[in-house]
Design a protein around this ligand. Structure first.
Ligand code: FES
Length: 119
């Protein structure tokens, strides 16, 4: 017997690795605990990170249109609603109305040419 996890044949990644250029911030849809969620996915070299697309200030989406994120010239992610600015290592708000709060991180893994929710 094998301990291998069998993924259904129709399962697909959140996003193909080839569709995620280095430095990109993209929005993807995911189901977390049975709820449909929007995620912000960022690639940096071989690493990917993701957070819920929900600002800790007032719970609004971070993007100004679906998948369209504001970046400051310092590389911070800026919430389109009231301007909270987040660094993209830990998702911490470093300026704006929720300074010191953080985005909710979602664990990902890269395999089989795609980015998936971590098993
Ligand atoms: S909801 Fe993001 S800064 Fe207010």
């Amino acid at each position: 017997m094998s301990d291998e996890v069998h993924v259904p044949a129709d399962a697909s990644p959140l996003v193909a690795w080839s569709a995620l250029p280095d430095g990109a911030l993209v929005e993807v849809a995911a189901v977390l605990d049975g709820d449909a969620e929007s995620l912000v996915v960022m690639r940096e070299g071989d690493a990917v990170r993701a957070w819920l697309n929900v600002c800790p200030h007032a719970g609004r989406r971070l993007d100004w249109a679906p998948g369209q994120f504001l970046r400051s010239k310092e590389g911070l992610l800026v919430c389109a609603a009231h301007g909270a600015s987040f660094e993209l290592q830990r998702g911490e708000c470093v300026a704006g109305p929720c300074r010191g709060d953080a985005l909710r991180e979602v664990a990902l893994e890269v395999r089989d040419g795609g980015v998936w929710l971590a098993r």
